[in-house]
Design a protein around this ligand. Structure first.
Ligand code: 8YV
Length: 314
């Protein structure tokens, strides 16, 4: 019998599963918590896991795999994986950076426009025949030429800023250190950034170090013209404070692709008219998901063949 070395874990679609099947005999577990239930003789042969999703993958889920050497994540954000626990066990972690930058940045700009120009309501008005019957969409607000703050000027933040610069927006940003930019304004702290802008785009990495980074103080500093766009992780924003501010008109609106407790998000969002909500689809195009899958697989292949990992995390 061929030895099964690969465990596939998470919500991979049929095409992604078929790609693994074509390359390596594998065994499947729906979530990290299900790994311990895989038969012991199979678990003993597993040396690599390909992982997709946001269910926590901690040390307790790694321990049943005594020969584990690699967790290859499908996604640039690996906050679901306890990397410290992996490192302590000698397990390498990889991710899929860069290939999704364009799609995530495109979605951020699209959501900002949809929110600002009231496109969701405009679609409903047109589709329902109300426009034909004489009702016009209320006037909305101009985005081009506005002032935007990018909170987190990593690879994705930079792609968003470049796009918004083409919208003639005045670009401000906050990140750990000042970057080389075409004259954009750096802010050493997020409150100062929020005070200076009307659109506030969150492009931070996830994980414990950025939990609640966009705090109530930051949200209130944005003010009543402020619109928040988040394409990073729900955890980066104090979500309760943002919901309060949206409900009370302390900020003007939000455009969100990520939330706490996805997909069972806080139902307070459903009642809000000043938000555009997306189902965490930032990287969700055929092209990018294929590139992410290929990058993930090339890390696995490199590992099995004893070569350097392509995109190591630890
Ligand atoms: C997810 C993402 O990985 O790359 C990331 O960090 O959030 C997404 O691309 C994807 O939705 C699969 O869970």
């Amino acid at each position: 019998m061929t030895e099964v070395k690969l465990l596939v874990c998470g919500a991979f679609n049929d095409e992604e599963r078929a790609r693994f099947d074509a390359n390596y005999p594998n065994i499947y577990a729906e979530t990290p918590d299900d790994i311990a239930a895989v038969a012991e003789d199979i678990r003993a042969g597993i040396t690599a896991v390909v992982f997709k999703g946001h269910a926590p993958f901690g040390g307790a889920a790694m321990d049943p795999l005594s020969g584990l050497g690699l967790i290859a994540n499908f996604g640039v954000g690996y906050d679901a994986i306890d990397v410290a626990a992996a490192s302590a066990r000698g397990v390498k972690v990889t991710n899929t950076p860069n290939v999704l930058n364009d799609d995530v940045a495109d979605l951020a700009v699209g959501m900002m426009l949809a929110q600002t120009r009231n496109m969701v309501e405009g679609d409903a008005l047109t589709r329902s025949g109300q426009w034909a019957a004489g009702t016009n969409l209320p006037l909305n607000r101009k985005m081009s030429g506005g002032t935007v703050g990018i909170c987190g000027m990593g690879r994705i933040g930079r792609e968003i800023a470049d796009r918004l610069a083409a919208f003639k927006m005045d670009i401000h940003y906050h990140s750990r250190s000042e970057k080389e930019t075409p004259g954009w304004t750096y802010h050493a702290d997020p409150v100062s950034l929020a005070k200076a802008v009307d659109w506030f785009v969150v492009a931070l990495v996830g994980g414990s170090e950025t939990e609640g980074y966009v705090s109530a103080e930051v949200i209130n500093a944005l003010g009543e013209k402020g619109i928040i766009c988040n394409i990073s992780r729900g955890s980066t924003i104090d979500e309760g404070a943002m919901l309060d501010a949206l409900e009370q008109g302390k900020i003007a609106g939000a455009a969100l692709d990520v939330f706490l407790n996805e997909p069972k998000i806080d139902e307070r969002f459903y009642a809000l008219k000043n938000v555009v909500l997306q189902p965490h689809q930032g990287s969700g195009t055929h092209e990018t998901r294929r590139d992410m899958a290929e990058l993930q697989l090339s890390n696995v292949t490199a590992y099995f063949e004893g070569r350097d990992l392509v995109t190591p995390v630890n």
